[in-house]
Write a protein that binds this ligand. Structure first.
Ligand code: SF4
Length: 280
């Protein structure tokens, strides 16, 4: 376990175990163990991307986590007796904004026999290209929009759709079928933000040529966000619309639809003036 990385608290929510992780400087991030052996860890304290529905980035970016702090989260959770069979860099932070540590973590974990997946808003796109060279098990790119206008609202400091698809198209076109299976797009449906028919159709039109899997998520409301969840009927209708258009689509897992856990629900605290006691 990396020096200075410790579990400050643990909360059980459904099948998930959520850990408050305190870093050496007092800053706090979160890690979530899904389905008993899949660990979601954080790559930054806060996040600069500023997605308005996300608790992780609600206060902007604090700092990047060091490589040792990425390994430290895994070590600290294992030290609590948990089995960690795989890791995903999908917690607090944008992994491509902390590319050196994230890529070293992926390589080292792969060498040690632990598969790693990651979730990214796609920028900077030069790092998106470099991810294609890494031994990861899957990259999910958060798109959450069909038009530039809505993309600018849902992923404010991520790359525009033009830049994103402009980078992804050629990369996927030259990837083998086996490699292409490791990439996916994510669309998080948020009521009143990106759940309109025209927006979904614009997303479908852009996504179709890529031939990759789409994860269609339903939003979990968080206290820092003014947004609310979509009706289940609208969510299921969007799923059918994408399927009818020929996309391969997966819906939110049970682990994600529970309030405790999932991108957009994790929290980062800057160095607290006086560390708050948390039940451990
Ligand atoms: S959803 Fe992901 S990229 Fe967006 S602010 Fe939250 S942590 Fe950052």
């Amino acid at each position: 376990m990396a020096a200075g990385v410790e579990i400050a608290g643990e909360h059980q929510g459904g099948d998930n175990r959520k850990f408050a992780v305190r870093l050496g400087d007092g800053a706090q991030v979160e890690a979530v163990l899904y389905r008993g052996d899949s660990l979601c860890i954080s790559t930054q304290v806060g996040c600069a991307v500023g997605c308005p529905f996300c608790a992780s980035g609600a206060n902007g970016l604090g700092r990047n986590l060091e490589l040792e702090e990425l390994h430290g989260q895994v070590g600290a959770v294992r030290a609590r007796g948990a089995r960690v069979a795989r890791v995903t860099l999908s917690g607090v932070g944008e992994p491509l904004h902390n590319f050196d540590a994230a890529s070293a973590f992926i390589r080292e974990s792969h060498a040690a026999g632990t598969p790693v997946t990651l979730t990214s808003s796609g920028g900077p796109t030069r790092n998106l290209a470099r991810v294609f060279e890494l031994p990861h098990r899957g990259l999910t790119i958060s798109v959450h929009a069909g038009s530039e206008e809505v993309r600018a609202r849902t992923v404010p400091r991520g790359p525009s759709l033009e830049r994103l698809y402009g980078a992804l198209g050629p990369l996927l076109a030259t990837a083998s079928q086996r490699r292409r299976r490791r990439f996916a797009l994510a669309y998080l449906m948020v009521a009143g933000l990106n759940d309109g028919a025209a927006e979904l159709e614009a997303f479908i039109e852009r996504a179709q040529p890529l031939g990759v899997l789409v994860h269609l998520y339903a939003y979990n409301p968080v206290p820092t966000s003014p947004f609310s969840a979509v009706d289940d009927a609208d969510y299921q209708a969007a799923y059918q619309k994408m399927r009818r258009a020929g996309l391969e689509v997966r819906r939110s897992s049970v682990a994600r639809t529970r309030a405790n856990g999932g991108c957009g629900t994790l929290v980062a605290l800057r160095r607290p003036a006086s560390p708050r006691p948390v039940a451990g």
